[in-house]
Ligand binder design. Sequence first.
Ligand code: GLU
Length: 381
Amino acid sequence: MPHATARTKLSASRRIVVKIGTRVLVQRNGRPDTRRMAQLVKGLAALRHEGRDIIVVSSGAIACGLQALGMKKRPTDLPTLQMAAAVGQSRLMAAYDRLFTQKKCQIGQVLLTHDDLEHRRRHLNARNNILKLLDYGVIPIVNENDAVSVDEIKFGDNDALASRTAMLVEADLLVLLTTVSGFHRRDARGRRRKINYLPGVDAETLSHATDKGSDFSTGGMASKLTSAAEAARMGTTVVIANGRSDDILQKIMTGAHVGTLMTPIAPLNGNGVLNRRRRWVAFFHHAKGHLTVDPGACVALLNNGGSLLPVGIRDVTGDFLPGDLVDIQDSDGRLIARGLSEYSSVEIRLLKGLKTASIRDRLGPTAPDELIHRDNLVLTP
Ligand code: GLU
C-alpha cells in the first residue's frame, strides 16, 4: 500500500498504544512539564471519546522521582534508580489522574517487568487485565515496574515495553512520541532530512540514529527504530513523532504527514503470521543460551519448515533448562531463529551430532525427537 494511502487509513485505528518518552514529559531542568502533559491528555481523551481503545505507555517515573528528591542528574546505581521510581511513579500517576479526570476519562496503572511477560501464565494475566480495562473504557497507563526491576528482568527501555504492549493486545497503531519530528537520515552532503515513510530497519538505517538518552531518560532513536520494526513485523502500524508538537495525535489520525510512518512488514518466509504463542516465543524472552547449527540444519529450519534435531548441532553455549528460550545461530554467528528447548544444555551437550534414533538409547523411550519443536520455534530476520 502506498504510504499516502496508509496515512489516510490511520483514522480507522481501533486500538492505539501511545508511548510518551521522559523527554516529552519533563523539562530540561527536570521538572514535569504539566502544560505538555495536559496537551497530550487532551488528545488522548479525545481519541478515547471517539470510542477507540487507548493504552498509554508512559515514562517519566524516574525523572519525577529525581526531581522530588532534589537530584539533578540521573544516578547510575540501581538502588537509587529504584528509589526514584518508587517516589516518582505515584506522582506521575497523580498528575495523569488529575488531568484525565478533568477530561472525564478513567485511568488504571499497569506496572510490568520483562519477567511478567516471559512467564506464560503471567503474560496471559497481564493481557487479560489490560483487555478488561479497555472493555470498561479505562485507559491503562503502563510503565516498567522500575522499583523492583533489575537488569535480568528489565525490558531495557520504554520503547521496547511499548512495542511489547502493542503486540500483547494486538494494537492497530503504535505511536512513539519523542522530542524530534521523526527519524532523520543524513544525505551525501551531511544534511539531515526527516523521513516520512520507512519501509524497514536495517544496519544502514540504524547508522543514522546517532542520538542517545538524556540526563533523565534512556532510549534514543535507535531503540525507537528497533522497537518500531518489531511491532511492524507483528502487524502493527507505527508512527514516530514529536510529542512536543501541539495536537500531534489528531494530526497523525487525520493523515497529516507528520513523523515517520512504518507500515506492517510482511512476515518472514516460513514464519507465516505468528500466532499469539509464537509471538510470545519470539519477543518476550531473554535467551538463556545459544545453539550453533551446521549448514544442513540451517536449510532445514529456514527453507524446509523443519524442527531442530540433535544431528545439526555444532555447539552449545550457556546453562539452560527444558522450556527455556535459546537463540539459534549459524556457524558464522548470525542469529537465524529462536525457540523453546525441549532439553537442558547438559542434555544437548550429550546429544549433539547424534542421529534421532540414538536419542532414545541415551535418554529413554519418552525422550522427544526434536531439540526444538517447530511449533516453539520462530525464524528471526
Ligand atoms: N521506565 C522509566 C521511567 O518511567 C523510563 C525508561 C525509559 O525512558 O525508556 O522513568
